[in-house]
Ligand binder design. Structure first.
Ligand code: GAF
Length: 390
């Protein structure tokens, strides 16, 4: 994020609220390399931060008033929204303001003294593309309030509070991956995260140095977590864990998967969900050891296996995502998979730098031939996590 962007967001704040902001903060969206729908099963994930960020200019207030404005909202909802911090009510707000207000609510509900704020937001994280635009919004507000109110919370603690804001205030039953990625990722690394205890390892992930590229292909098919399907998958996983007598599916070792599936009898749907989660945790561990032993190209087939599991077992892919994956592989990609919550959004493609143009063209032509909206393709460079920029 450039100095000019921070400057422009601060300028707009001044126009709106009549004074300079006390600071400007940025928090990124993410791509998940591997480890999908494992985070609410206490499992492993491996996201990295995008260069795209939510940026917030913020000043503290001490009169209980919260004023919110977003550069990204037009029309009636586009003005300054004024709320009282002591009147915030879970699930009372169906607009964009639920994300920042939810963070204020979660901080206060956890006993932190947050006495109000003036906030202006602007984000470059594509919305509804499976790249965590909501988590970026939450984390940037949490970090700004943490600094301005001297709360002394660490990145993982802010992530937990942001997840609570989204689960309880917004009403979306998401896991902890996206908020932790936005808060804790570092440039040039993927974050190997154990979602049970939030222990983390930064894994060097410098594709350019190896002549590789990771493309993000946003299918432009919008997904929506809070609507039923995400919650249904989560409930199915919890049912599987209960039937198997474990706290979470993370507790089923890969070596015992067949025995576990047998114990589930003929509940085919739960068997499929369990098989995805247990094999996906194993794939994350495989990708970590390949990256740590210099086998970056060899992660390609593991990513593709992950896609097949999400498509066939977890059943959250869609025609457009499958088309990206199949076309990219036929055009020479080393591996490809959908990323994020599914039902639309984005796919990632690992490729030799020399194959990027051929693959991009092949995907664009395949979308045109199928009559789909043109996809948005960009290169993802592992970037910095949330930080103060001014
Ligand atoms: C969404 C959720 F927000 C995450 O918590 C995670 O479950 C992901 O879908 C799937 O891996 O991004």
């Amino acid at each position: 994020m450039s100095e000019a962007v921070a400057e422009a967001v601060a300028e707009r704040f001044k126009e709106l609220y009549g004074a300079d902001p006390q600071g400007v903060w940025a928090a990124p969206g993410r791509v998940n390399l591997i480890g999908e729908h494992t985070d609410y099963n206490d499992g492993f994930v491996m996201p990295f931060a995008l260069p795209h960020t939510a940026v917030a200019a913020v000043s503290r207030r001490d009169d209980g008033v919260l004023r919110l404005h977003s550069a990204d909202i037009e029309g009636d909802a586009g003005g300054v929204v004024e709320l009282r911090v002591d009147a915030l009510e879970p699930e009372s707000d169906k607009n964009w303001t639920a994300y920042p207000a939810g963070v204020v609510w979660a901080l206060r509900a956890a006993g932190h003294e947050v006495s109000g704020a003036d906030i202006h937001l602007a984000s470059t994280v594509p919305a509804g593309a499976g790249l965590s635009s909501s988590a970026a919004l939450e984390v940037v507000i949490a970090l700004a309030l943490n600094d301005l109110h001297d709360l002394g919370l660490k990145g993982w603690q802010l992530a937990r509070l942001c997840q609570r804001a989204e689960n309880v205030y917004v009403g979306a039953p998401v896991g902890i991956m996206d908020q932790t990625a936005s808060a804790c990722c570092t440039a040039g690394h993927a974050l190997f995260l154990d979602t049970r205890d939030l222990s983390q390892r930064q894994i060097p992930f410098d594709l350019a140095a190896e002549g590789l590229r990771l493309l993000v292909v946003d299918t432009q098919v919008k997904h929506e977590h809070s609507t039923g399907e995400y919650g249904k998958r989560r409930a199915g996983c919890e049912k599987g864990a209960a039937l198997l007598g474990v706290d979470a599916l993370r507790d089923i070792p890969y070596a015992e998967l067949d025995a576990a599936l047998e114990r589930l009898g003929d509940d085919e749907e739960v068997r499929r969900l369990v098989r995805h989660v247990v094999t996906e945790d194993e794939r994350v561990e495989r990708v970590v050891s390949l990256l740590e032993s210099g086998g970056t190209r060899a992660i390609g087939p593991v990513l593709t296996e992950g896609h097949a599991s999400l498509r066939d077992d977890f059943r959250i892919s869609c025609t457009e995502l499958d088309l990206v994956v199949d076309t990219a592989l036929s055009a020479g990609a080393l591996g490809a998979r959908m990323t994020g919550g599914g039902f639309g959004g984005s796919a990632i493609v690992l490729a030799e730098v020399t194959d990027v143009d051929t693959i991009t063209k092949a995907v664009q032509e395949a979308f045109a031939a199928a009559g789909f909206t043109a996809p948005r393709v960009f290169e993802a460079v592992p970037s910095a996590g949330a930080r103060r920029v001014r």
